[in-house]
Write a new protein. Sequence first.
Length: 251
Amino acid sequence: MTAETLPRRLFAVGDVHGCIDELEALLEAISPAAGDEIVFVGDYIDRGPSPSGVIERLLRLRDTTEAACVFLRGNHEDMFLAWLGEEGRHGDAFLLNGGRGTIESYGVPARCSGEVAKTHLPESHLAFLRGLRYRHVRERFLFVHAGVSPRRSLEEQREEDLLWIREEFIRNRHPFPYTVIFGHTPHREVVWHAPWKIGIDTGCVYGNKLTCLELRSATLYEVPRGQPRVTRRSVAEELTALQGDQDQPKP
């Protein structure tokens, strides 16, 4: 899909965190196809039952679907890469933030070093992690993992903020000409602060649900944890607010 081509359907998927069954149910329900674009906002690993299985499933999706797939970097992938000796931040915090489950899903002993663990990862998984993007723009939407700093221009955004920011972003309006679609900070329900931001991390790994928002049809897909059945409902009223606020700068 070229930059000039508008997707037929535009999906955004929240934090998966190793919840493979819920991801499988979601992908079956939305059935991405040619002309679609599906954006994952990061945090594929840690805490859930099958981090390596989630990455393998995303690779299979990328390689078999005709839809365009965009995979963003979450703070957990960033920590994992740093712990493995790759480019990233806060590798010393990786094991304390659910990382033991991730390396065990690769059959690696929990007490081994990052250098040793790296030799057990498939090269395709390492390439996937290295290739994750920090942000993605499609029309009036800016997709990031955690958010953006309202105090810096888009050109001056720090990778640290894109991966880790919370309250400063969530509690404030921003001056940018985009609705920011983000994950990272879990909530019981989708955060609708239109037209400024929409939060789609609904805490699947904590027993809540996995969320996917389709922006063309204003459809919300939700998969409860441990009950891989998909519900869908219209959120047209919520998304209508994206068009009507005169305080929001326009692209």
